[in-house]
Design a protein around this ligand. Structure first.
Ligand code: NOJ
Length: 709
């Protein structure tokens, strides 16, 4: 390959379809073999044309890879990734990403920029919607599932190259403001932020994306420590690394690169293989190599990484797509999307067992800006899913229970500030037995560049809820949003609260089945839910501090609006006006039954590094309905060479029991899994005392302890 051809492989360009921006200049470049990949080309005619030009007319006949953000479905849209994380069910995630791959590859897309693996501890950050939540263990389990699902058999026509992004620290944006700096000390980086990415390498992910942010002063896209020392040398990754959109040239405003040539030099030397959209590599690598600033062997390594992936994808044997649009929105895909939406829904409150509702004998007033908003319920990062296929809550309920259902949006959209439809909403509410208010955030209020400083319900939704509450009827609040929404001001107004995230194409039927009791809710929070955004960042696996606010000093403030509460918990770590507890803890979620945990035992009291801790306990469904419990196991390493979190998730499993049924449940925890990156920068299990819990969330459950010697 000539120097130009090699450099061409490192270039990923965006273009639109034929006749709409595909320039002669780009076509000529493809013909000369000087482009490696395209993003966001989706029409079959253009894809075929470009691929044919590359394969049949360029000197080496190297195929292109067509990439796209296929984040939570291609046509059939699944719940947003944060919602998928709330299922605590990796099997569903694998199925969903397989379906996304089947639909996208049928359109010629063989590379998705997903999964996003950024640990997110701050709900103000708009991209928390795309994240697996705050926990590295849960995130790693989902990573494995996503990659298996997306890639399948990578060399087959439905294999879609996955991309672990954003490497790394993007979710730690200071203040939750998108693109902001990340300051993460080395132990925290290894023990939390890198974990899902290492799981991605172990799962055989074929590509990585460097993140927009700087990490401890060095932009990720020019960060040798991340891209070479950790990714290649420590983890042995042999796939390709692509930049984020213009993130090579954005190192100039970061104040790290002086100009585009300098940016190209820094990225190439750091080990970044492919540049997305900006053209610093195309414009400057030749000169940098010819003048000896970059060794040609560096470029050879980059090109090898790219070609190795293309080979693994079978693109040389089968460069063309057999377009098959008949599988879009296939019935099986819709069934799977519905099941994922069902399992993602978290029941946060169910006062007096208001839910499930008796739709046959009750008059229901359905109100709210998200009750019938086909586009909004799909959520962020939906390029290809069409809202005409969305089934909303209103559609599903009126189809099933038309005569008992009255509907009035009340507010045209979530940010609406007009009260002109309040009267109509109040009118139907007055005639009803139960009010369902479906509110939340429009799709555009979360996702990239959509951070919020105040994460209350936007617009005047609270005002409408207060007015409805004055009628004295029971209220079910359904929240559809890309993040936890602070609801302290309206918590007492709602009798039941369901978090439905942005549930996707099949959100309506999924909610219907939960509301009518056909199925019991089984979603659990993958993220800590704050009382007020002033508590952010807030996460369960925090450190204890020298002055923790303790249970003894804790005054329950659940029933008191945040602003009205002013009390001191002494010289402990807390807020005068928000205490120290979240609104709902990580792992929390109710169902239509109750579960009792009892008889917890461990197989031994002390263990060596080679052992496994065998935890056994009895789980009983003590309620009146069949339901699924998400059993969670947490450990605390009580002292360490660096301080350790108060609890860390080390396992979970879903157990479904009939009413009254009991089961002995066991879980095997290899002691080796307790290792952490310690003060000496080594992965070790430090001998000492450990606490262990099994329970329904990170704050409750049975406790035991053991020693590692
Ligand atoms: C920027 C986003 O940060 C990234 O996640 C996405 O894949 C690219 N744009 C391409 O659309």
């Amino acid at each position: 390959m000539t120097l130009e051809e090699k450099i061409g492989q490192t270039s990923q360009r965006g273009t639109s379809s034929m006749g709409k921006g595909l320039s002669e200049e780009l076509i000529t470049k493809v013909r000369k073999g000087e482009i490696g990949s395209f993003l966001n080309v989706t029409d079959s005619q253009t894809i075929n044309f470009l691929q044919k030009t590359a394969v049949e007319e360029s000197p080496n006949g190297i195929p292109l890879i067509f990439a796209r953000d296929v984040i939570h479905g291609f046509k059939t849209i699944f719940p947003i990734p944060l919602g998928q994380a709330a299922t605590w069910n990796p099997d569903l995630i694998e199925k969903g990403s397989r379906i996304a791959a089947i639909e996208a590859t049928a359109s010629g897309i063989r590379w998705t920029f997903a999964p996003m693996l950024d640990i997110a501890r701050d709900s103000r950050w708009g991209r928390i919607a795309e994240s697996p939540g705050e926990d590295p263990f849960l995130a790693s389990k989902f990573t494995e599932a996503y990659i298996k699902g997306f890639q399948g058999d990578l060399s087959s026509p439905t294999g879609m190259l996955a991309c672990a992004k954003h490497f790394v620290g993007y979710g730690a944006a200071e203040g939750g403001r998108d693109y902001n700096i990340a300051i993460i000390h080395e132990q925290l980086l290894h023990n939390v932020y890198l974990k899902p990415f290492e799981a991605a390498v172990k799962s055989g992910v074929g590509s990585f994306m460097s993140s927009f942010n700087e990490l401890n002063g060095v932009p990720a896209t020019g960060n040798k420590y991340l891209l070479k020392t950790i990714l290649r040398n420590t983890w042995g990754f042999d796939g390709l690394v692509v930049s984020d959109w213009n993130s090579v040239t954005e190192m100039i405003p970061h104040g790290f690169a002086a100009d585009e040539k300098h940016a190209a030099m820094l990225s190439a030397n750091a080990g970044l293989d492919m540049e997305m959209t900006s053209t610093a590599y195309e414009d400057h690598l030749k000169n940098l190599i010819e003048s000896g600033v970059i060794a040609e062997s560096q470029l050879d390594d980059m090109v090898r990484n790219i070609l190795r992936v293309k080979l693994k994808m079978g693109l040389f044997e089968q460069p063309y797509t057999r377009f098959n649009h008949s599988i879009f929105y296939d019935e099986k895909h819709l069934v799977s999307a519905k099941q994922t939406a069902i399992e993602s829904i978290v029941l946060l409150k169910n006062y007096n067992n208001l839910l499930p509702l008796d739709f046959k004998n009750q008059k229901i007033a359905l109100i709210g800006p998200l009750a019938d908003a086909p586009h909004e319920q799909l959520g962020t990062w939906v390029f290809d899913g069409e809202s005409e296929h969305t089934q909303t809550l209103k559609m599903s309920l009126s189809e099933a229970y038309g005569k008992n259902l009255m509907f009035s949006k009340g507010l045209a959209f979530s940010r609406d500030s007009l009260t002109d439809k309040f009267d109509e909403a109040l009118e139907i509410a007055r005639k009803s037995d139960v009010i369902i208010f479906a509110g939340g955030e429009e799709a555009i209020l979360s996702g990239e560049a959509h951070s919020r400083a105040n994460i209350d319900l936007p617009g005047i939704q609270e005002e409408l809820i207060h007015k409805l509450a004055k009628l004295g009827k029971p209220i079910v609040l359904i929240i559809m949003a890309g993040r936890p929404i602070t609801i302290s001001n309206i918590y007492n107004e709602a009798d039941a609260i369901l978090m439905a995230w942005h549930p996707g194409t099949m959100g309506g039927p999924a909610l219907k089945d939960i509301l009518n009791g056909e199925t019991s809710p089984s979603g659990r929070l993958p993220v800590t839910w704050p009382k007020t955004s002033g508590q952010e960042p807030i996460y369960y696996n925090h450190k204890n501090t020298g002055r923790p606010a303790s249970e003894e000093s804790f005054v329950a403030i659940d029933d008191i609006p945040v602003g009205a509460w002013q009390s001191s918990l002494g010289n402990t770590s807390h807020y005068l006006d928000a205490g120290y507890q979240p609104m709902f803890p990580f792992g929390f979620g109710l169902t239509y039954s109750t579960f009792e945990y009892s008889e917890m035992t461990l197989n031994k009291a002390s263990f060596s590094i080679m052992d496994s801790v065998l935890i056994t306990f009895k789980l009983t469904n003590t309620g009146k309905a069949e339901a699924t419990e998400v059993v969670q196991y947490y450990v605390q390493d009580i002292t360490g060479s660096i301080t350790r979190p108060v609890r860390e998730l080390v396992g979970f499993s879903r157990v479904t029991l009939k009413a009254g049924e009991s089961r002995e449940v066991t879980y095997t925890l290899p002691v080796e899994n307790l290792k952490f990156y310690n003060i000496d920068k080594e992965w070790v299990v430090e001998p000492g005392d450990f606490n262990i819990w099994v329970g329904p969330n990170c704050q409750e459950g049975l406790k035991s302890s053991f020693v590692v010697d």
